[in-house]
Design a protein around this ligand. Structure first.
Ligand SMILES: NC(=O)c1ccc[n+]([C@@H]2O[C@H](COP(=O)([O-])OP(=O)(O)OC[C@H]3O[C@@H](n4cnc5c(N)ncnc54)[C@H](OP(=O)(O)O)[C@@H]3O)[C@@H](O)[C@H]2O)c1
Ligand SMILES: *[C@@H]1O[C@H](CO)[C@@H](O)[C@H](O)[C@H]1NC(C)=O
Length: 335
């Protein structure tokens, strides 16, 4: 591929915006199209500049199957940094990229999933030494991903499409992503939103048991660097190596215990909004008091993963820890 064309879904997001900027910065000659929900009150030119000088904007919603399919068929590489919780829009991307086969060029899909898939559903809030540690070097682990997991339906759709060989697929699976203050993000992303939203509806920041349960975290700069590395690989003329299950990358910058995490959340959220968060310290609660539905599992369980395959493919975690970044990441985000 000489200078490939790339379509990015979710290009204005917490992950998508720094990704668009880094990709254009490294490859000014590549033709990059950002699929955006709206121009957001800016001019098209201003938004293109904000996204690193992307070449084209296409306005549309993730629910517009035909539009996404058509656009995907016209691009060499599609990056989905917008949605992993449902099978759309990735089904439309796959349908579009498959059409390229008839014209003798294989479509490439880079999908961003999330390690919420891999929590152990513990309810104690304690570290569990016998919990499964998911490992991206073990293709059987990746084959165990199923539709009941948080990001299962999109992962399964991508893995199955990749397994047919019709398209080359890559899945980057970060854990909770933080570090937006270092990329100038105007939002906090899905991970922080879930945790802070849960705390806000409870009126306190929860942790359970002795709070030694482990959460995996990924710095957005480490993630975005890796996404560009994978995109470079997808752009190379050679066929993708290995099976689709071997191109699933588990990403982690660091691990944190829930009590330490909740302690910093409580301090920072109280500083930011003392009305919504009257206490500056977290509350030790039962599983039932840790949140609504699936969220209470996130808070009381362990998320254990290892990514030796991602490391070999070029993932190089070097970001500061979430405990060091949170104060800056959440500053001014709730006014
Ligand atoms: N942040 C994390 O902790 C984390 C961790 C693991 C995995 N992930 C996954 O990474 C992906 C991106 O997460 P993020 O934190 O960057 O989220 P985000 O900041 O909310 O960004 C989502 C992006 O998708 C766009 N979008 C949302 N709904 C849309 C719709 N219906 N039609 C068109 N565009 C739409 C948003 O556009 P607007 O700018 O117009 O809203 C934005 O560009 C998600 O799939 C998420 O599950 C995130
Ligand atoms: C939290 O409460 C539980 C149950 O009462 C107790 O076993 C645990 O030691 C407490 N954790 C801390 C860190 O105080």
């Amino acid at each position: 591929m000489a200078a490939p064309s790339v379509l990015i879904l979710g290009a204005t997001g917490f992950i998508g915006a720094p990704l668009s900027r880094l990709l254009k910065n490294e490859h000014p000659d590549w033709s990059v199209t950002a699929y955006v929900r709206s121009v957001k009150g800016a001019t098209e030119d201003a938004l293109k500049a904000t996204l690193g000088g992307v070449d084209h904007l296409e306005v549309g919603d993730f629910s517009e199957f035909d539009k996404i399919k058509h656009l995907s068929a016209q691009h060499d590489i599609v990056i989905n940094s917008g949605n992993s919780a449902t099978a759309e829009p990735v089904a439309a991307i796959i349908a579009g990229l498959r059409e390229r086969k008839a014209h003798g060029s294989k479509g490439k899909l880079i999908h961003i999933s999330g390690a919420g898939n891999f929590i152990d559903f513990g309810t104690s809030g304690n570290f569990n030494p016998s919990s499964k540690v998911w490992n991206d070097d073990n293709e059987d682990d990746i084959k165990h991903i199923n539709n009941d997991m948080f990001n299962g339906r999109s992962d399964v759709a991508v893995l199955e499409a990749g397994a047919t060989g019709d398209i080359d697929t890559y899945i980057a699976c970060p854990s909770v992503v933080y570090g937006g203050s270092s990329t100038g993000s105007s939002g906090v992303g899905v991970g922080y939103s879930l945790i802070t939203g849960n705390a806000k509806s409870l009126g306190y920041v929860p942790y359970a048991g002795d709070g030694t349960a482990i959460l995996s975290t990924t710095h957005v700069s480490d993630l975005v660097d890796f996404l560009v590395t994978i995109t470079n690989r997808a752009a190379a003329p050679q066929e993708a190596e290995g099976t689709a299950y071997s191109r699933y990358y588990l990403l982690e910058t660091g691990r944190v215990q829930w009590k330490a995490l909740a302690t910093e959340f409580a301090r920072v959220l109280h500083r930011e909004d003392p009305t919504a968060f009257p206490a500056s310290t977290p509350r030790n609660v039962t599983h039932e008091e840790a949140g609504e539905g699936a969220l209470r599992y996130l808070i009381t369980s362990n998320m254990l993963l290892e990514g030796p395959r991602a490391r070999r493919a070029g993932f190089e975690p070097k970001g500061k820890s979430i405990l060091e970044q949170m104060s800056d990441d959440l500053k001014g985000m709730f006014i």
